[in-house]
Write a protein that binds this ligand. Structure first.
Ligand code: ADP
Ligand code: MG
Length: 394
């Protein structure tokens, strides 16, 4: 796989440095909106190439800040560009091999998180075809996932999807909105050594339309729910999870399976963390503002501190419990940091760019989850394949 990609035409993707890390950090800049245009808000970002962003802080005498990432999507980049160059395809390829993967969007409210994941407001709920041109990363990933599966007729795949929202540290099933009154519990499974949501609705998805219907239903319930309860969607996180079980025939009478998954996470607006901190509350008291977002920040800070990696507080929030297996190194994570291009957003933009730079430092090797017997069969099968390939060359 090529390690470097350069489409340096302005307004498009720039550089991809490495796809070896278990976390890939990309940045997407949204275009100026009407309001910013009409009041003459100034653009403060420059893109010299090679994944760099130069940000003019606007403070007299202060040098512009320079950041660098795996890929930068400038404002003219398309939804298709994000699918092709964000590295999400690698996550999907790994999910079907048995890894735990997560793609999450981070950024202030209005920076383009939901647009990046699910397209313009109302598109999915309008019942548009899964091939409509404006769809975001989620629907495009579904299409790619089924393409991958078709290319592997020797394996049998079982897909199950779930869709939940975390609001105020309460887990609500977006496919069974009645749980808003009685939120679901997050529990530890000894067997799979990971956290799971008890009684979460899982939908069997045999084809693309089934996955699409899960997304549509969940998004519809989310907007109905937020009106009914007068909640603010910029304060909640959504997690759409596709579990992929793959059954592989090793020989006529032996088969083994892998269990992978991919989470698509639309996070609460990142300005929420600041509100929490500036209120001077302790973590315990911060519940009402946004505990999950804060703890995710703590986990990333700990994971990225190569020297003194201490205790990682996954257990301190619902969101980090659910993402632990992909962040912890069994899996692969894609962070899409979303930012606005203008002066009026400078402090949130710098916060997001810093957060993203910290996440980029996380290093650990992904591993596939299998039971011991299956792992042995798989390694033997790989050995046989390698020997066969060698034989063919002789
Ligand atoms: P967030 O989810 O981060 O709060 P949204 O995704 O809702 O932000 O984006 C705010 C507005 O900006 C929406 O109307 C959205 O369609 C628009 N927008 C965001 N990113 C883009 C983009 N890359 N291209 C065109 N419009 C965008
Ligand atoms: Mg949003």
């Amino acid at each position: 796989r090529a390690g470097s990609l350069d489409r340096s035409t302005r307004g498009s993707t720039t550089t991809l440095n490495s796809d070896e890390d278990n976390i890939n950090v990309v940045v997407r800049i949204r275009p100026l909106n009407e309001k910013e245009r009409s009041c003459g808000d100034r653009e403060i970002l420059e893109f010299p190439g090679k994944g760099q962003i130069v940000c003019d802080t606007g403070t007299p005498g202060q040098k512009p800040k320079v950041f660098s990432y795996n890929v930068v999507f400038e404002s003219l980049a398309t939804q298709e560009d994000v699918l092709e160059y964000s590295g999400v395809k690698r996550l999907l390829e790994m999910a079907i091999e048995g890894f735990s993967c997560t793609a999450f969007c981070y950024g202030q409210t209005g920076s383009g998180k939901t647009h990046t994941l699910t397209g313009p407001p109302g598109l999915v709920e309008s019942g548009a075809s899964p091939y409509a041109p404006d769809h975001g990363l989620v629907v495009r990933s579904f299409v790619y996932l089924f393409q991958l599966i078709k290319e592997r007729p020797e394996c049998h795949f079982i897909l199950k999807a779930s869709f939940l929202e975390i609001y105020n540290e309460k887990v609500i099933d977006l496919l069974n909105p009645g749980t808003a009154r009685k939120p679901l519990q997050v529990r530890w499974s000894k067997e799979s050594r990971s956290f799971y949501v008890e009684n979460l609705f899982m939908v069997d998805c045999e084809e693309l339309d089934d996955l699409f219907a899960v997304l549509e239903e969940g998004m519809r319930n989310r907007s109905v729910g937020s009106h009914a309860m007068n909640t603010n969607s910029s304060r909640s996180h959504t997690v759409l999870c596709v579990r992929v079980r793959r059954d592989l025939r090793a020989s006529a009478d032996i088969s083994c399976s892998t269990h992978g998954k991919i989470n698509f996470v639309d996070l609460a607006g990142s300005e929420m963390t600041k509100k929490t901190q500036s209120s001077g509350k302790t973590l315990e008291e911060a519940n009402n503002i946004n505990r999950s977002l804060m703890v995710l920040g703590y986990c990333i800070a700990q994971l990225s501190d190569g020297k003194k990696r201490g205790h990682i507080p996954y257990r301190d929030s619902k969101l980090t419990k659910l993402l632990a297996d992909s962040l912890a190194g069994n899996g692969v994570t894609l962070m899409i940091a979303c930012i606005a291009p203008t002066r009026s957003n400078v402090s949130e933009t710098i916060n997001t760019l810093r957060y993203a730079a910290r996440a980029k430092k996380i290093k650990s090797k992904p591993i596939v989850k299998m039971d011991a017997r299956d792992a042995l069969i798989m390694s033997l099968k790989r050995e046989v394949e390698a020997l066969q390939a060698e034989n063919q060359h002789l």
